[in-house]
Design a protein around this ligand. Structure first.
Ligand SMILES: NC(=O)c1ccc[n+]([C@@H]2O[C@H](COP(=O)([O-])OP(=O)(O)OC[C@H]3O[C@@H](n4cnc5c(N)ncnc54)[C@H](OP(=O)(O)O)[C@@H]3O)[C@@H](O)[C@H]2O)c1
Length: 286
């Protein structure tokens, strides 16, 4: 069930994941680790050829070999910094050169700043976050959605976060970036749902990945964020499965894990005047 709606108002599209063909591929960003690697595994298992994108080439190549051997699918790798317009802009041309068409786009690459008030944040890192978590999602969607609509076949999964469901003091930039992804995805889901294309936002709570070492958030409890919310943490396999099944079911938004989904539903009814001070108390670094 999507996080915002109770049955019978759940947001779904009549479309699903298109059937794989010999020239169609799923492009997965951030496939070198965590949720992205697991989504790539699930799609390969379903017979999709893949284009894996991230900066760490050796990890992409290792995964490509694993998936090619296990599932007999074609897997290409593109090492690129998606936060930079020039390498990112070369991706559609490279895919055309390979004779492939992107029918499934997984915008997953991302990282989080935070763990401190914005006035102390590194301005360059904050901008890098907008370039990767927001700009790359917009750019790749612009690059591949028009052809999906023209063909009347396609699916896009944008990895947002429950962090995007409310402003988050001490992680202001990340929460705002994921709010963008969520709103962008929901609106486009509605625009194209009768044009043969489905768009799903996957909004996980804490997932056990390298994300946490990179984010390094410490809460007022003195614990790292993910340890301070016991019971909410899920595995990257669980997050990936929820995302791929969300695409198969044409869902608009997917929040994996019952505890976090219930918390997100309940928190919609708490006004910001109460929620923001409570979140600030929890998120304020020790
Ligand atoms: N883990 C969580 O608790 C959680 C919760 C909600 C949402 N999310 C979201 O889930 C997505 C995946 O995160 P994860 O948890 O799987 O974290 P992760 O294990 O750190 O994976 C992040 C992926 O993004 C790639 N990436 C980072 N910077 C990049 C860049 N500049 N250009 C290209 N690729 C880049 C990384 O590859 P390289 O370093 O090789 O480039 C890596 O493959 C992110 O959008 C994150 O915001 C995570």
């Amino acid at each position: 069930m999507p996080y915002t709606d109770f049955p019978p108002f759940g947001g779904t599209s009549p479309m699903s994941l298109p059937e794989p063909t010999s020239t169609s591929v799923a492009l997965v960003t951030g496939a070198s680790s965590g949720i992205g690697s697991e989504i790539a595994r699930l799609l390969a298992k379903r017979g999709f050829g893949l284009v894996l994108v991230a900066r760490r080439k050796e990890r992409l190549v290792a995964l490509a070999e694993e998936l090619g051997e296990q599932h007999g699918v074609r897997v290409e790798t593109i090492a690129a910094d998606l936060g930079k317009p020039t390498p990112r802009g070369k991706i559609p041309g490279r895919i055309e050169e390979l004779g492939l068409e992107v029918e499934v786009l997984i915008n997953n690459a991302g990282f989080a700043t935070g763990g401190e008030p914005f006035h102390r944040a590194d301005p360059e890192r904050e901008l890098e976050q907008v370039r990767l978590d927001v700009e790359a999602v917009v750019a790749l969607t612009s690059a591949f959605l028009p052809a999906m609509v023209e063909r009347g076949r396609g699916a896009i999964l944008n990895v947002a976060s429950t962090a995007g469901m409310q402003p988050m003091p001490y992680s202001a930039g990340y929460a705002a970036a994921k709010a963008y992804v969520l709103s962008f995805s929901e609106a486009i889901h509605q625009e194209v749902r009768r044009r043969g294309v489905t768009v799903t936002a996957l909004a996980p709570g804490p997932v056990e990945t390298e994300f946490w070492q990179i984010a390094g958030w410490e809460t007022s409890t003195g614990k790292s964020f993910e340890r301070a919310v016991p019971g909410a943490m899920i595995s990257p396999e669980q997050a990936a499965r929820a995302g791929v099944e969300g695409l198969e079911n044409g869902e608009r938004v997917v929040v994996p894990g019952l505890p976090i989904r219930a918390a997100m539903l309940a928190s919609r009814y708490i006004p910001h005047a109460l929620k923001l001070p409570a979140l600030a108390r929890f998120m304020k670094p020790n």
